[in-house]
Design a protein around this ligand. Structure first.
Ligand code: SF4
Length: 292
């Protein structure tokens, strides 16, 4: 295991995968691994497919260097279907992490959808303002949708678990720019950080800032701590006060979810926010939901 960040270029056999993600027919992940290395990242199980240790999440990215060629072929197959299938880009990595600056795989994939006048939904989820460099392509895709993950509006708090991701305030600004540019957006509030149950004013503030940025749809998810995430989180949480440690332990109970849900719904109502799914996602042990 090494803490030095590594980039490895690979030739992928295919770039489009089937999925059990409810909102998509196919997923595209141009990278395996994610430089942002969020401690709670559910996608870190991907390491096992490339022989990486779970603790090394955030320290490697496998770049599917032939993604631009693959998507040019695969899109022809997708466009034979009627209607055009729904695509989710980057369900297990961030499409606009640092390496995208050099490799531009996400850009090239979006460019291909734009050039082909693809009519199906093309949804992309990120924490990065780098998405704005692809506004031209996004505007040309009739059913493009951008999700920005924002778990808190507090930059200090965001640093706690999203150590290398762009700050919360940067994400809110990115969201506003996307909305001002006419792109359809949603915010992924996932995971809901456990202390929000005890400080509902933080939910109030987050939802109010999402609404102010011009977004009215949110995807919500409780904190999921399957063993491979728990083992990574343990070290961070161990340095916190017993009170915080207790909150994280409690966040896995049914009671916790049942008590938090009405609080969340109260603030959704206050700001007129709609839920993307009918429920707040809770999928411990069901990692198929995010991988093909
Ligand atoms: S940005 Fe997303 S994919 Fe990347 S580490 Fe964070 S949660 Fe995982």
């Amino acid at each position: 295991m090494s803490n030095k960040f590594r980039i490895k270029e690979i030739q992928a056999k295919s770039i489009i995968g089937t999925t059990k993600v409810p909102s998509a027919d196919y997923v595209i992940n141009p990278y395996t691994g994610c430089q942002f290395g969020c401690m709670y990242c559910f996608a870190s199980f991907m390491g096992r497919f490339v022989g990486e240790n779970n603790k090394d999440w955030g320290n490697y990215v496998y770049v599917k260097a032939n993604a631009p060629e693959l998507i040019k072929k695969d899109i022809l197959r997708l466009m034979k279907k009627d209607p055009h299938p729904k695509i989710a880009i980057s369900t297990v990595t961030d499409p606009y992490q640092g390496v995208e600056k050099k490799y531009k795989l996400t850009s090239s994939i979006l460019e291909t959808f734009a050039e082909n006048n693809y009519q199906g939904r093309v949804s992309i989820l990120t924490k990065s303002p780098m998405v704005l460099k692809d506004l031209t392509f996004l505007k040309k895709i009739p059913n493009a949708e951008v999700g920005i993950t924002i778990t808190t509006s507090d930059d200090k708090l965001s640093r706690f678990l999203e150590v290398r991701a762009p700050s919360a305030s940067t994400r809110l600004k990115t969201l506003k720019t996307l909305n001002d540019s006419g792109i359809k957006t949603y915010v992924f509030v996932g995971p809901f950080l456990p202390h929000m149950k005890y400080k509902p004013e933080l939910i109030d503030k987050l939802f109010s800032e999402i609404k102010a940025a011009g977004t009215d749809t949110v995807k919500l998810e409780f904190l999921n701590l399957p063993p491979y995430v728990k083992s990574r989180m343990k070290e961070v949480i161990a340095e916190e006060s017993p009170e915080i440690q207790e909150m994280y332990k409690d966040s896995q109970s049914k009671n916790y979810r049942e008590e938090l849900e009405p609080i969340i719904k109260k603030y959704l109502k206050k700001y007129g926010l709609k839920m993307y799914y009918d429920e707040i996602v809770h999928h411990v042990g069901n990692q198929e939901l995010i991988e093909n």
